[in-house]
Write a protein of this length. Sequence first.
Length: 136
Amino acid sequence: MKKSHLFIIIVLAVAIGIIVTTGNDASTYETFSQAAARAQSGNNSDIHVVGQLKKDATGTIVGLREGVDKVSMSFVLVDQEGREETVYYNQPMPTDLIKSEQVVVIGRFKDNRFVASKILLKCPSKYQEENKSLAS
């Protein structure tokens, strides 16, 4: 076998290994019900849950609380099924959390509480305004 063939086989094997390893880390959006079921079955990997902050009839955010340590926080998130869950986050509140239309929390259930390790914010209205001004 030529050295070039051997080199190509090694490169392909490494590429397949990388794809398989990163494929296990890829996550789709799940609901709080699915996350709770995974936690009960012993699966403690982080998952992505997408939802909206809970608001009252006037549009005011409900359930947003600062932690006792003044660094952590909690808020109520309503997932795609309509299930409400308090999300605990051990970091300061993200700057545009209140303005966001959708929130993606990455975390898992610990002791029957959803603890987020990361929060991603989706603010499409911000970009819609920029698109309107660019189209003029």
